[in-house]
Design a protein around this ligand. Structure first.
Ligand code: OGA
Ligand code: MN
Length: 286
Protein backbone atom coordinates (compact mmCIF):
# COMPACT_ATOMS: atom_id res chain seq x y z
CA UNK A 1 0.00 0.00 0.00
CA UNK A 2 1.46 3.32 -0.87
CA UNK A 3 -0.71 6.28 -1.53
CA UNK A 4 2.12 8.38 -0.14
CA UNK A 5 4.02 10.63 -2.53
CA UNK A 6 7.20 11.24 -0.57
CA UNK A 7 7.60 8.18 1.62
CA UNK A 8 7.73 4.49 0.89
CA UNK A 9 5.50 2.93 3.57
CA UNK A 10 5.38 -0.86 3.74
CA UNK A 11 3.07 -2.39 6.33
CA UNK A 12 4.10 -5.66 7.96
CA UNK A 13 1.50 -8.48 7.98
CA UNK A 14 -0.09 -7.15 11.17
CA UNK A 15 -0.36 -3.65 9.55
CA UNK A 16 -0.05 -1.79 12.87
CA UNK A 17 3.70 -1.87 12.18
CA UNK A 18 5.11 -0.42 8.96
CA UNK A 19 8.60 0.13 7.54
CA UNK A 20 9.36 3.55 6.09
CA UNK A 21 12.05 4.37 3.55
CA UNK A 22 12.80 7.31 1.32
CA UNK A 23 13.48 9.93 3.96
CA UNK A 24 16.63 11.14 5.76
CA UNK A 25 15.63 11.95 9.33
CA UNK A 26 18.95 13.58 10.15
CA UNK A 27 17.98 16.65 8.08
CA UNK A 28 15.13 19.12 8.52
CA UNK A 29 12.02 17.75 6.80
CA UNK A 30 9.93 19.67 4.31
CA UNK A 31 6.40 20.35 5.52
CA UNK A 32 4.89 17.98 2.95
CA UNK A 33 7.16 15.16 4.11
CA UNK A 34 6.47 15.63 7.80
CA UNK A 35 2.73 15.82 7.06
CA UNK A 36 2.97 12.49 5.24
CA UNK A 37 4.97 11.02 8.06
CA UNK A 38 2.27 12.02 10.55
CA UNK A 39 -0.41 10.54 8.29
CA UNK A 40 1.54 7.28 8.05
CA UNK A 41 1.92 7.21 11.82
CA UNK A 42 -1.82 7.71 12.38
CA UNK A 43 -2.42 4.63 10.22
CA UNK A 44 0.49 2.52 11.53
CA UNK A 45 1.18 3.17 15.23
CA UNK A 46 4.65 1.61 15.02
CA UNK A 47 6.94 3.00 12.31
CA UNK A 48 10.35 1.48 11.63
CA UNK A 49 12.93 3.58 9.76
CA UNK A 50 15.92 1.46 8.71
CA UNK A 51 19.20 2.97 7.54
CA UNK A 52 19.13 6.25 9.49
CA UNK A 53 22.28 7.82 10.90
CA UNK A 54 21.18 9.73 13.98
CA UNK A 55 23.25 11.04 16.84
CA UNK A 56 21.49 12.23 20.02
CA UNK A 57 21.32 15.82 18.68
CA UNK A 58 19.65 14.68 15.45
CA UNK A 59 17.22 12.44 17.36
CA UNK A 60 16.26 15.33 19.61
CA UNK A 61 15.79 17.60 16.59
CA UNK A 62 13.62 15.06 14.73
CA UNK A 63 11.50 14.51 17.84
CA UNK A 64 10.25 18.08 17.45
CA UNK A 65 8.50 17.09 14.18
CA UNK A 66 6.08 14.93 16.16
CA UNK A 67 5.32 17.50 18.87
CA UNK A 68 6.68 19.05 22.05
CA UNK A 69 9.03 16.94 24.18
CA UNK A 70 7.59 14.68 26.84
CA UNK A 71 8.75 14.73 30.45
CA UNK A 72 10.89 11.67 31.26
CA UNK A 73 10.97 11.08 35.01
CA UNK A 74 13.14 8.61 36.98
CA UNK A 75 15.92 8.33 34.38
CA UNK A 76 18.71 10.89 34.10
CA UNK A 77 19.06 12.45 30.64
CA UNK A 78 22.26 12.17 28.62
CA UNK A 79 24.69 14.93 29.54
CA UNK A 80 24.12 17.80 27.10
CA UNK A 81 20.80 16.39 25.80
CA UNK A 82 17.95 17.29 28.06
CA UNK A 83 15.42 15.24 26.08
CA UNK A 84 17.41 12.10 25.31
CA UNK A 85 18.02 9.16 27.62
CA UNK A 86 20.29 6.22 26.96
CA UNK A 87 18.69 2.80 27.26
CA UNK A 88 21.93 1.06 27.95
CA UNK A 89 22.99 -2.40 29.02
CA UNK A 90 26.57 -3.57 29.36
CA UNK A 91 27.76 -7.02 28.33
CA UNK A 92 28.17 -8.18 31.94
CA UNK A 93 25.08 -6.53 33.41
CA UNK A 94 22.85 -8.70 35.58
CA UNK A 95 20.15 -6.28 36.84
CA UNK A 96 16.66 -6.82 35.32
CA UNK A 97 16.37 -5.46 31.76
CA UNK A 98 14.85 -1.97 31.50
CA UNK A 99 11.30 -2.22 30.13
CA UNK A 100 11.22 -6.00 30.14
CA UNK A 101 7.51 -6.44 30.96
CA UNK A 102 4.55 -5.30 28.83
CA UNK A 103 3.90 -1.59 29.31
CA UNK A 104 2.97 1.72 27.74
CA UNK A 105 5.54 4.39 28.50
CA UNK A 106 4.91 6.52 31.61
CA UNK A 107 1.17 5.68 31.63
CA UNK A 108 1.13 6.82 35.29
CA UNK A 109 1.51 10.44 34.15
CA UNK A 110 -1.51 12.75 33.90
CA UNK A 111 -0.56 13.29 30.25
CA UNK A 112 1.50 10.25 29.17
CA UNK A 113 3.74 10.59 26.10
CA UNK A 114 2.09 10.15 22.70
CA UNK A 115 5.24 8.82 21.05
CA UNK A 116 8.47 7.18 22.07
CA UNK A 117 11.41 7.29 19.66
CA UNK A 118 14.02 4.58 20.10
CA UNK A 119 17.19 4.52 18.02
CA UNK A 120 19.44 1.47 17.84
CA UNK A 121 22.97 2.82 18.29
CA UNK A 122 24.61 -0.45 19.34
CA UNK A 123 22.58 -3.55 18.65
CA UNK A 124 23.54 -7.05 19.89
CA UNK A 125 24.10 -9.76 17.27
CA UNK A 126 21.22 -11.78 18.71
CA UNK A 127 18.35 -11.10 21.09
CA UNK A 128 17.37 -7.66 22.37
CA UNK A 129 14.17 -7.48 20.29
CA UNK A 130 11.42 -5.01 21.15
CA UNK A 131 8.00 -6.64 21.11
CA UNK A 132 4.83 -4.66 20.35
CA UNK A 133 1.10 -5.41 20.71
CA UNK A 134 -1.75 -3.64 18.93
CA UNK A 135 -4.20 -2.15 21.44
CA UNK A 136 -6.73 -1.24 18.72
CA UNK A 137 -7.00 -4.81 17.45
CA UNK A 138 -7.26 -6.06 21.03
CA UNK A 139 -10.19 -3.73 21.73
CA UNK A 140 -11.93 -4.34 18.42
CA UNK A 141 -11.85 -8.12 18.88
CA UNK A 142 -13.74 -8.01 22.20
CA UNK A 143 -17.44 -8.86 22.21
CA UNK A 144 -19.83 -5.90 22.19
CA UNK A 145 -20.90 -6.97 25.69
CA UNK A 146 -17.33 -6.78 27.03
CA UNK A 147 -16.75 -3.48 25.20
CA UNK A 148 -19.81 -2.07 26.93
CA UNK A 149 -18.72 -3.38 30.30
CA UNK A 150 -15.36 -1.63 29.93
CA UNK A 151 -16.80 1.69 28.73
CA UNK A 152 -16.71 4.14 31.61
CA UNK A 153 -14.23 2.11 33.69
CA UNK A 154 -10.99 3.80 34.74
CA UNK A 155 -7.66 2.14 35.36
CA UNK A 156 -5.47 3.21 38.28
CA UNK A 157 -1.86 3.75 37.14
CA UNK A 158 1.23 4.14 39.31
CA UNK A 159 5.01 4.11 38.95
CA UNK A 160 5.38 2.69 42.49
CA UNK A 161 6.02 -0.96 41.50
CA UNK A 162 8.91 0.23 39.32
CA UNK A 163 10.37 3.47 40.69
CA UNK A 164 8.97 3.65 44.24
CA UNK A 165 11.12 3.13 47.34
CA UNK A 166 10.02 -0.52 47.47
CA UNK A 167 9.86 -0.96 43.70
CA UNK A 168 11.87 -3.03 41.25
CA UNK A 169 14.64 -0.50 40.70
CA UNK A 170 15.11 0.13 44.44
CA UNK A 171 16.19 -3.51 44.69
CA UNK A 172 18.71 -3.24 41.82
CA UNK A 173 22.14 -4.78 42.06
CA UNK A 174 25.26 -2.70 41.41
CA UNK A 175 25.54 -3.75 37.77
CA UNK A 176 22.84 -1.35 36.46
CA UNK A 177 24.49 1.01 33.98
CA UNK A 178 21.44 3.28 33.43
CA UNK A 179 21.08 6.12 35.90
CA UNK A 180 17.67 5.51 37.44
CA UNK A 181 16.15 7.72 40.11
CA UNK A 182 13.99 6.01 42.73
CA UNK A 183 11.55 8.40 44.42
CA UNK A 184 8.60 8.44 46.86
CA UNK A 185 6.86 10.57 44.20
CA UNK A 186 6.37 7.31 42.28
CA UNK A 187 3.67 6.35 44.80
CA UNK A 188 1.24 8.88 43.30
CA UNK A 189 -1.61 7.45 41.26
CA UNK A 190 -3.49 8.69 38.20
CA UNK A 191 -6.65 7.25 36.65
CA UNK A 192 -7.25 6.90 32.90
CA UNK A 193 -10.10 5.43 30.86
CA UNK A 194 -9.55 1.73 30.18
CA UNK A 195 -10.92 2.25 26.70
CA UNK A 196 -9.18 5.20 25.14
CA UNK A 197 -10.13 7.06 21.99
CA UNK A 198 -7.21 8.16 19.85
CA UNK A 199 -7.38 11.92 19.20
CA UNK A 200 -6.10 11.61 15.62
CA UNK A 201 -7.37 8.26 14.30
CA UNK A 202 -10.61 8.33 16.31
CA UNK A 203 -10.20 4.57 16.96
CA UNK A 204 -10.63 3.02 20.40
CA UNK A 205 -7.94 0.95 22.07
CA UNK A 206 -7.30 -0.75 25.38
CA UNK A 207 -5.21 1.46 27.63
CA UNK A 208 -4.00 -0.73 30.50
CA UNK A 209 -0.64 -2.43 30.99
CA UNK A 210 1.03 -5.00 33.25
CA UNK A 211 3.64 -2.65 34.70
CA UNK A 212 1.78 0.51 35.64
CA UNK A 213 -1.95 -0.36 35.88
CA UNK A 214 -2.46 -1.42 39.49
CA UNK A 215 -6.24 -1.47 39.75
CA UNK A 216 -9.65 -0.47 38.45
CA UNK A 217 -11.26 2.53 40.09
CA UNK A 218 -14.08 1.57 42.45
CA UNK A 219 -13.51 -2.19 42.25
CA UNK A 220 -12.42 -4.55 45.01
CA UNK A 221 -8.80 -5.70 44.67
CA UNK A 222 -9.79 -9.24 43.68
CA UNK A 223 -12.29 -7.97 41.11
CA UNK A 224 -9.83 -5.61 39.47
CA UNK A 225 -7.08 -8.24 39.51
CA UNK A 226 -9.33 -10.70 37.66
CA UNK A 227 -10.42 -8.13 35.09
CA UNK A 228 -6.93 -6.74 34.51
CA UNK A 229 -5.40 -10.18 34.21
CA UNK A 230 -7.94 -11.05 31.54
CA UNK A 231 -7.19 -7.81 29.66
CA UNK A 232 -3.40 -8.16 29.90
CA UNK A 233 -3.59 -11.70 28.57
CA UNK A 234 -6.03 -10.78 25.83
CA UNK A 235 -4.00 -7.75 24.64
CA UNK A 236 -0.87 -9.79 24.13
CA UNK A 237 -2.36 -12.71 22.22
CA UNK A 238 0.00 -13.75 19.43
CA UNK A 239 -2.23 -12.38 16.67
CA UNK A 240 -1.85 -8.85 18.05
CA UNK A 241 1.92 -9.06 18.52
CA UNK A 242 4.83 -7.98 16.35
CA UNK A 243 8.44 -8.78 17.30
CA UNK A 244 10.89 -6.16 16.09
CA UNK A 245 14.39 -7.45 15.37
CA UNK A 246 16.86 -4.58 15.59
CA UNK A 247 19.57 -3.68 13.15
CA UNK A 248 21.92 -0.82 13.91
CA UNK A 249 20.99 2.63 12.59
CA UNK A 250 17.26 1.99 12.83
CA UNK A 251 14.77 4.37 14.41
CA UNK A 252 11.46 3.04 15.72
CA UNK A 253 8.58 5.30 16.72
CA UNK A 254 5.62 3.89 18.61
CA UNK A 255 2.32 5.36 19.75
CA UNK A 256 1.88 4.75 23.48
CA UNK A 257 -1.82 5.60 23.21
CA UNK A 258 -2.67 2.40 21.35
CA UNK A 259 0.37 0.08 21.63
CA UNK A 260 2.05 -1.78 24.49
CA UNK A 261 5.61 -3.07 24.26
CA UNK A 262 8.47 -4.72 26.11
CA UNK A 263 12.22 -5.17 25.78
CA UNK A 264 13.27 -8.78 25.29
CA UNK A 265 16.56 -10.21 26.53
CA UNK A 266 18.65 -13.03 25.14
CA UNK A 267 21.85 -11.05 24.47
CA UNK A 268 23.90 -11.85 27.56
CA UNK A 269 27.56 -11.08 26.96
CA UNK A 270 26.81 -8.31 24.44
CA UNK A 271 26.27 -4.59 25.07
CA UNK A 272 23.14 -2.82 23.82
CA UNK A 273 22.72 0.95 23.48
CA UNK A 274 19.66 2.87 22.35
CA UNK A 275 18.90 6.59 22.34
CA UNK A 276 15.38 7.43 23.42
CA UNK A 277 13.15 10.53 23.37
CA UNK A 278 9.47 11.03 24.03
CA UNK A 279 6.81 13.35 22.66
CA UNK A 280 4.27 14.94 25.01
CA UNK A 281 0.76 13.51 24.81
CA UNK A 282 -2.67 14.69 25.91
CA UNK A 283 -4.86 13.60 28.82
CA UNK A 284 -6.32 10.24 27.77
CA UNK A 285 -10.00 10.59 26.87
CA UNK A 286 -12.70 7.94 26.45
C1 OGA B 1 11.63 2.05 26.46
C2 OGA B 1 11.54 0.61 26.20
C3 OGA B 1 12.38 -1.17 24.82
C4 OGA B 1 13.71 -1.70 24.42
O1 OGA B 1 12.70 2.62 26.20
O2 OGA B 1 10.63 2.64 26.88
O3 OGA B 1 10.58 0.01 26.59
O4 OGA B 1 13.69 -2.65 23.62
N1 OGA B 1 12.52 0.07 25.48
O5 OGA B 1 14.74 -1.21 24.90
MN1 MN C 1 9.03 1.42 27.22
Amino acid sequence: MTDFRHLEVRPTPQTFVARVRGVDLSRPLEAAVSAELLAAWARHPVLVFPGQRLDPAALQAFCGVLGPFGHDPYVEPMPGFEHVIEVRREADETAPIFGSLWHSDWSFQATPPSATLLYGAQVPPLGGDTVFADGYAAYESLSPVMQELLAGLRGVHSAAPSYGPRGLFARDDESRSMRIIVSPEAENTETHPIVRRHPVSGRRSLFVNHVYTIGVEGMRADESRALLEFLFKHMTRPEFVHRHRWHADTLVIWDNRCVVHYADGGYEGHPRLMYRSTVAGERPAA
